[in-house]
Design a binder for this molecule. Structure first.
Ligand code: ADP
Length: 399
């Protein structure tokens, strides 16, 4: 069986897949590592448990996960050797990692070298890898990078128009994220349409708490809305997306904001939350907008408008598109957002069927465009864990 793990600074999310990556035998989350109120929530079949205990480190978290997986009542394996490989979600692989890779000492060193580019995420990923390797030393561990899928972007898409040598020296460029999701959705779209992925010119909208779009031509990423880090592009739950960098200097010089305050504002106090003043959750924004709350309506309109502009830009970049795909929490569940994004895009061949759009919620995949539209619009639920498990199975020689 293949264990997929996703380590954040205070969380470990995990899923245990069957060897053929067809079923999930168990899954769960360790939360608040190193904080008060830490828990393990674990589920195998219809057995669910929550353990509340002190979890001071990722190592203790992993021990709890293995114990839960081995448990007679709510476990999913009878022997730790039933785990034949471990797949790790890795956030930033810079321009070093262009695909998933078996983890060895060189990979660890290169991941360490990428820490300055992802100071919050990569150290957590590294801790997770080291702790999991200690507990499961005899099986292959594989790293699957959020950035890798976008390494096919041409220089004109990933270069910032800043001094070239400076950017080169400090590895400043567009990297893009959500790559594992885009890769899964791109493949699944081709499967659903029964067409070779090479025929598809797609814009994929990954709209979750974090959100980004990718222009995917023939299965390869040619542009994406996030950049060096994860705040630019479209507006998100609490992140701003694109804005004029002059605002940073203005807030610093005229309003006496420190860089830390500006950083927090851009990442944690902006987006849907910042504009609405109410919530970062699209469900609340939609309800409040429906009840006449003006700033929620503005947040909803702005969210859809920013996405719409990127779709236009990527259609231009690829010389037209034939598929538009929505995925992640908002993309998979919000007919209102999809309708607002597609409104007025008839000139690109994008029109949607209202009934099909309303029905595509809660994990349903399918086409929502009008039958005569030249662009096929789809909802395709993402599954990053499955993509990581598939890569792990392949690299570990299990498939
Ligand atoms: P993350 O980026 O954290 O993985 P998800 O992809 O799970 O996020 O998306 C979470 C977001 O999806 C929530 O913040 C919420 O705004 C949105 N969402 C979930 N269900 C619905 C729904 N029924 N309608 C509108 N938005 C929804």
């Amino acid at each position: 069986m293949i264990l997929v793990v996703n380590c954040g600074s205070s969380t470990i999310k995990y899923q245990l897949f069957s060897q053929d990556v067809e079923t999930v035998a168990a899954k769960g989350t360790v939360a608040k590592i190193g904080e008060s109120g830490s828990t393990l929530e674990h589920q195998a079949g219809d057995q669910k448990i929550t353990i509340e205990q002190e979890i001071p480190s990722h190592g203790v978290g992993f021990e709890l996960i293995i114990d839960a997986l081995l448990d007679d009542e709510h476990g999913a394996i009878s022997d730790i050797h039933d785990i034949t490989a471990v797949g790790h979600r890795a956030v930033h692989g810079a321009d070093v990692f262009v695909e998933s890779t078996i983890i060895d000492e060189d990979v660890i060193k290169n991941l360490e070298a990428c820490v300055p580019l992802a100071p919050l995420h990569n150290p957590a990923n590294l801790t997770g890898i080291r702790q999991a390797q200690e507990l499961l030393p005899d099986v292959p561990h594989v790293a699957v990078f959020d950035t890798a899928f976008h390494q096919t972007m041409p220089p004109q898409a990933y270069t910032y128009a800043l001094p070239y040598d400076l950017c080169h020296e400090h590895k400043i460029r567009r990297y893009g994220f959500h790559g594992t999701s885009f890769r899964y959705v791109s493949r699944r779209t081709a499967e659903l349409l029964n067409r070779p992925v090479t025929e598809l010119k797609s814009v994929i909208c990954h709209l979750g708490n974090g959100a980004s779009l990718a222009a995917v031509d023939g299965g390869k990423s040619v542009d994406t809305s996030m950049g060096l880090a994860t705040f630019c592009g479209v507006m998100m739950g609490t992140r701003s997306g694109d804005f004029d960098p002059a605002i940073v200097f203005h807030l610093h010089d005229q309003v006496n904001f420190s860089l830390e305050e500006i950083d927090r504002m851009i990442f944690k106090e902006s987006g849907l939350l910042g504009v609405s003043g109410l919530s970062n959750d699209m469900r609340t924004i939609e309800t409040q907008a429906g009840e006449g709350h003006e700033r929620s309506q503005l947040a909803l309109d702005l969210f859809a408008y920013m996405i719409k502009k990127y779709i236009g830009a990527y259609a231009a970049a690829m010389g037209g598109i034939n598929t538009l795909v929505f995925t992640a929490g908002i993309g998979e569940n919000s007919p209102i957002v999809r309708q607002k994004v597609c409104e007025g895009l008839g000139f690109l061949g994008i029109t949607i069927d209202d009934t099909a759009n309303d029905q595509a919620i809660r994990g349903k995949e399918g086409v929502i465009s009008n039958p005569d539209a030249s662009v096929t619009v789809l909802v395709v639920p993402t599954n990053e864990e499955k993509m990581i498990a598939l890569d792990t199975a392949e690299l570990a020689g299990l498939k």
